[in-house]
Design a protein around this ligand. Structure first.
Ligand code: SF4
Length: 358
């Protein structure tokens, strides 16, 4: 379906006017006003997003919703399960393109790593998604529906569903800010799904002007900055966006928002021989001190054609101690999840498949 012929979808509209959207839709379909309330109850209180399951509605109304205002903008094509419990979902969108989302269980939590774009234009050299280039931005309806679909699939298995959302899947979320912001509104607003904004993390490689917008529009959402080096020459070579929004600008904006209630973390993928020297560790500690961020070290996750090797536990430990020696804040090393299904950080990429054009 081309975008121009696609009917309006509720999740692309602002949630604060939910009642008005539903009432208007009922009027257009010559339905009594109480039907709007029923749809709202199913959707928001019951978290039922498939109109076919809104059993108190007449069949004709369910049909109309399924093909229009509440149609599903994606279908689940595949679920791959890791031995550590992680599940990678592949979804096919209305135009035949595909995206992936990853659900990661830890004790009583279920973290959804959500995608915001098909591919990514940022081109970080250690990331498989970056090799795809950008095909298109996702719509708000496609972002919200990843969450609803994964929550429904995991709770149906008796698992805890989605308790945290991290925008760390395919794409740079701040390159698609309007749709990401609208999706956050749907997740967290009083008129939407009441999901705590403190359970949402937006990860960015440093799109500085959009960081300012994000913190203004969503003051409680957490921010993760994919830094990967605090030395300009190194960062230019592995995170190309640094040539447009450099470390000085990034440090400045993080200093500005320091001390607000939000938690800031710095993500750092260790690339042996590239960004793991003592000099890099000291520069990282100095940068983190400007904004009081938590530092999260990540192993590199290999993908086909990648020019790097993964750091071993000893190399990660050595770098972690060197950073910690120079920094009073917290420094942790994150363990890999979903490696055996190519679902770990930086591994999301879509290989050509018979049912998908990309
Ligand atoms: S790390 Fe994030 S921003 Fe960089 S290429 Fe991968 S998906 Fe894009």
């Amino acid at each position: 379906m081309s975008e121009s012929s696609a009917p309006e979808h509720l999740f692309d509209l602002p949630p604060e006017y939910l009642d008005q959207h539903l009432e208007r839709w009922c009027q257009q379909h010559e339905l009594p006003g109480y039907r709007a309330k029923q749809v709202r109850q199913h959707l928001i209180e019951g978290r039922i997003y498939d109109p076919e399951e809104m059993t108190s509605l007449p069949e004709a109304l369910r049909q109309d919703l399924s093909t229009g205002l509440l149609r599903s903008p994606l279908i689940t094509a595949e679920q791959l399960r890791s031995s550590d419990g992680t599940i990678k979902f592949r979804f096919i969108l209305e135009d035949g393109l595909s995206i992936e989302s990853v659900w990661i269980p830890t004790e009583d939590r279920g973290t959804l790593c959500i995608s915001s774009q098909v591919g990514c234009a940022a081109g970080c050299t250690f990331c498989a998604t970056g090799t795809m280039k950008l095909t298109r931005n996702l719509h708000s309806r496609e972002i919200v529906s990843q969450w609803l679909a994964v929550h429904a699939a995991t709770t149906a298995e008796g698992l805890c569903g989605v308790t945290q959302v991290v925008f760390m899947g395919m794409g740079e979320p701040l390159h698609n800010y309007p749709a990401v912001s609208r999706a956050i509104d749907w997740f967290s607003s009083a008129q939407g799904f009441h999901f705590s904004p403190r359970r949402i993390t937006v990860s960015t490689v440093g799109v500085v002007p959009r960081i300012r917008e994000l913190v203004k529009d969503h003051p409680q959402v957490r921010l993760a900055v994919s830094l990967h080096s605090a030395i300009p020459e190194t960062r230019n070579s592995i995170v190309p966006i640094n040539t447009r929004h450099d470390l000085d600008q990034l440090g400045e904006v993080l200093e500005e928002i320091r001390g607000e209630s939000r938690r800031i973390s710095i993500e750092y993928v260790l690339l042996p021989g590239i960004n793991d020297s003592d000099e890099e560790a000291k520069a990282l500690a100095l940068f983190a001190a400007r904004c009081g961020a938590h530092i999260n070290l990540l192993p590199f996750h290999p993908f086909e054609g990648a020019p790097y090797t993964a750091a071993g536990a000893a190399e990660v430990g050595r770098f972690q101690s060197m950073v910690q020696k120079n920094y009073e804040g917290s420094v942790t090393a994150r363990r890999s999840r979903g490696l055996d299904i190519d679902g770990a950080c930086g591994q999301l990429v879509l290989k050509p498949r018979p049912d998908s054009p990309n």
